[in-house]
Design a protein around this ligand. Structure first.
Ligand SMILES: NC(=O)c1ccc[n+]([C@@H]2O[C@H](COP(=O)([O-])OP(=O)(O)OC[C@H]3O[C@@H](n4cnc5c(N)ncnc54)[C@H](OP(=O)(O)O)[C@@H]3O)[C@@H](O)[C@H]2O)c1
Length: 329
């Protein structure tokens, strides 16, 4: 059946300015790290991506290595772009990254110009795109001069292969350095992508202040702690969950009693707010003024629909925030 985008798609999403840039990002963005690889059901991933676009999610985040197998999320995305979403290219913010292992040999990972340039060309080919909106250095490389990595991002923009440059997983000090190099080159750093959720608050120590001062946007990945901050595991481990699969990033032993105690307490509080836990966990991040967008994952359209409901209540009282802090200690 032909796809016609919902006419109401821009009615319920909020769009936040990304740092000091001209770019607005949806408060909720969708990532293709899990559930969009070559081993997954194509129809389901298509429904999730089109469903996301229909609810105003204009930003899709990829990386060279997303799969498995690596690269397959970008190839699947190409199929959806070519069959359904291509007509909406100018309504989309598509990002990709390079930094983790992608091919054999000394040029297949980290932060050299050689790797970043080749990887971006491969990503564009796999996605069937002329350009991406954001190209990221996926992780800092301790053995490559940061000037080289940033110059590669700058040149990607200069060559029209990316519209904006971003960094991911850089700590506060590395971020200050990267932002200043990019600024000197004339390509402002648009955005920083880092893990940030109720269970992992490292960015609050220093990074958020740096981003605020430098006018760089912040997109939080794994905002639901890969599903831990939802009702997914409240009554055991569902067969179709990330933990039950063969994820090396989320395993059974993450569900320790202390964590589950916190999840249950948070879940109770979410109920009092009239939200599900996933919605409260996303709203809690979006409550930080420095955060531009939460970058969620989803394995079904119904998860996506539930998460979109976050937009109905983004407010927290001071007492509530203190109460949540107490649970999280
Ligand atoms: N830059 C980096 O280094 C980096 C690293 C990691 C991720 N990322 C980006 O961040 C994106 C999101 O990461 P993530 O997938 O870990 O995010 P997440 O939103 O924390 O976790 C997503 C998972 O949570 C579960 N879930 C989502 N909504 C739910 C709901 N309403 N109810 C119950 N369960 C729900 C699903 O798990 P089930 O699959 O079990 O259903 C889903 O796959 C990635 O796709 C990627 O784009 C970037």
């Amino acid at each position: 059946m032909a796809y016609f985008a919902s006419k109401d798609r821009y009615l319920n999403m909020k769009y936040n300015r990304c740092g000091n840039s001209g770019l607005l990002l949806p408060a909720i963005s969708l990532g293709l790290w899990h559930n969009f690889g070559g081993l997954e059901d194509f129809q389901t991933m298509k429904e999730i991506i089109l469903g996301a676009f229909d609810m105003g999610i204009t930003h899709f985040d990829l990386a060279n290595n997303y799969g498995p197998p690596p690269g397959s999320a970008e190839s699947n995305f190409k199929n959806i772009m070519q069959s359904e979403l291509g007509a909406h290219r100018d309504e989309l913010i598509i990002s990709t990254k390079a930094g983790y292992l992608m091919w054999d040999g000394p040029y297949g990972e980290w932060g050299s110009r050689k790797y970043l340039m080749a990887s971006l060309d491969q990503s564009l080919k796999r996605m069937g795109l002329d350009y991406v909106d954001i190209f990221y250095s996926h992780r800092p490389d301790p053995d490559t001069p940061m000037e080289e990595t940033m110059m590669a991002l700058h040149d990607a923009v200069q060559h029209g292969k990316a519209l904006y440059a971003g960094i991911s997983n850089y700590d506060a000090e590395q971020t200050m350095k990267a932002v200043s190099i990019l600024q000197d080159l004339g390509t402002p750093c648009l955005i920083h992508q880092s893990r940030y959720n109720m269970f992992d608050r490292w960015v609050e120590e220093e990074l958020l202040d740096v981003l605020d001062k430098k006018g760089v946007g912040c997109i939080s990945f794994s905002p639901l702690a890969q599903g831990l901050l939802t009702d997914r595991y409240l009554h055991g481990i569902p067969e179709d969950s990330r933990i039950a699969g063969d994820s090396i990033f989320l395993k059974k032993d993450h569900l320790d009693p202390e964590l589950m105690f916190k999840v249950k307490a948070l879940n109770q509080h979410a109920e009092q707010r009239g939200q599900i836990l996933a919605q409260m966990a996303l709203a809690w991040i979006l409550n930080r003024k420095q955060v531009t967008s939460v970058l969620i994952g989803a394995s079904s359209v119904s998860q996506l629909n539930s998460n979109a409901g976050t937009m109905h209540n983004l407010q927290f009282t001071r007492d509530e925030l203190a109460y949540i802090d107490n649970i999280l200690i």
